[in-house]
Design a protein around this ligand. Structure first.
Ligand code: ACO
Length: 338
């Protein structure tokens, strides 16, 4: 059986930076409130002429460069996104074309902020099963396109960006050790982005529906309730995955959490008994970039030269749905940068 090793990493952030002070001029908020409640100071915002697939393609190019490979070496491409360029075709097929790839399968994953964690589980299972040798997995989001910029309770939280990893099946043990995934749709109304217009039916013309997937929905969140469930479920899932692999909390070298709120991250680190200097933290600079946040946080650790072969990494995320999960990775990549 093959094991899935991460052999390339890359990320992309749009040029435009929006600070908390910029937001103070847009809604009734303050830099102090945002920093104290969320840990966020700034976020990147996609340019008007860019879309999710542009960011995804750039992050993917960087991951391929990092692995010293080009698109012809890829056997499958998955893009985790909540903000697809279009309802269809899948953003992954658009990214494939932008990268100059042909023929191999390409599809999207929708598990909101848990998209990358879900995608890593899928990619790993397919590599283990011998379906593919190399899988390019991207998390990419233009969250600014589905934010209600007049709603202070949500617009201060999100940012745009993309992160990518190239996975390769190898006989040597290590890489992705396993994953645990969960969802509970009874919580679906606590965090959502509805279409503002009901879907068309044969009896009803819904003229605006489906013209352009990005920009037709707005995030609604009951933040306080999401916060409470997130802290509980993330605490449970990190224990569950460690137990499954007969590992202890002390065995974890790095926590790579979804970057939604520094207080949620601190709560999970505390439950693991990990000090914050063993936790990937990008929420201050990126805000919540949904499915892009875990791969971008992982890439930031890697680029800073913090990761060593043999270290144990615990990735986790919590999302609308609710959908949540975790992956364990034994770091095996050679040639740390930084
Ligand atoms: N600026 C100033 N005041 C604000 C702002 C703001 N931007 N937003 C809300 N407030 C006010 C509220 O109106 C409220 O005022 P009140 O007490 O007069 O009613 C007060 O601040 C407290 O509001 P809460 O919502 O209770 O604040 P809380 O401490 O819960 O923080 C937050 C809000 C940051 C949203 C937090 O609840 C959170 O992080 N929730 C979880 C988010 C998350 O993890 N989402 C999952 C992933 S996202 C995805 O899947 C797409």
């Amino acid at each position: 059986m093959k094991h899935s090793h991460i052999v390339g990493l890359g990320s992309y952030l749009p040029e435009r930076v929006m600070t908390n002070h910029d937001l103070e001029r847009m809604v009734d908020t303050s830099d102090t409130w945002i920093r104290e409640r969320t840990g966020i100071e700034r976020r990147h915002i996609i340019a008007e002429d860019q879309c999710t697939s542009d960011m995804a393609a750039e992050a993917a190019r960087r991951a391929l460069d990092d692995a010293g490979l080009d698109i012809s070496a890829v056997d499958a491409l998955m893009v985790a996104t909540t903000t697809p360029d279009k309802i269809f075709p899948a953003t992954a097929t658009i990214v494939q074309a932008k990268l100059g790839g042909h023929g191999f399968p390409a599809w999207d994953i929708q598990a909101v902020c848990s998209g990358f964690v879900y995608g890593l589980a899928q990619a790993d299972a397919m590599i283990r099963a011998g379906l593919f040798r190399r899988v390019l997995l991207v998390g990419a989001e233009a969250m600014s396109r589905i934010v209600d910029w007049s709603d202070r309770s949500t617009c201060v939280l999100f940012g745009d960006g993309a992160g990518a990893v190239l996975l390769e099946g190898r006989a040597q043990p290590g890489g992705v050790l396993g994953s645990v995934l969960h969802a509970d749709g009874s919580y679906r109304d606590l965090l959502k982005a509805d279409h503002p217009h009901p879907p068309a039916s044969p009896d009803r013309k819904a003229l605006d529906f489906g013209r352009d997937a990005a920009g037709i929905a707005a995030i609604e969140m009951r933040g306080n309730e999401v916060f409470r469930v997130a802290v509980t479920k993330l605490g449970e899932v990190v224990n569950e995955i460690l137990q499954q692999h007969q590992l202890r909390k002390e065995d974890v070298d790095w926590l790579v959490p979804h970057q939604a709120n520094i207080r949620i991250i601190q709560a999970t680190a505390k439950k693991l008994g990990l000090s914050m200097d063993r936790v990937a933290q990008t929420v201050r600079e990126h805000g919540n970039t949904s499915s892009a946040s875990v791969p971008m946080a992982l890439d930031a650790l890697y680029r800073a030269g913090r990761l060593r072969q043999g270290q144990l990494l615990l990735l986790e995320a919590f999302a609308g749905g609710f959908a949540w999960g975790a992956n364990l990775v034994r770091w095996s990549k050679q040639g740390e940068t930084g």
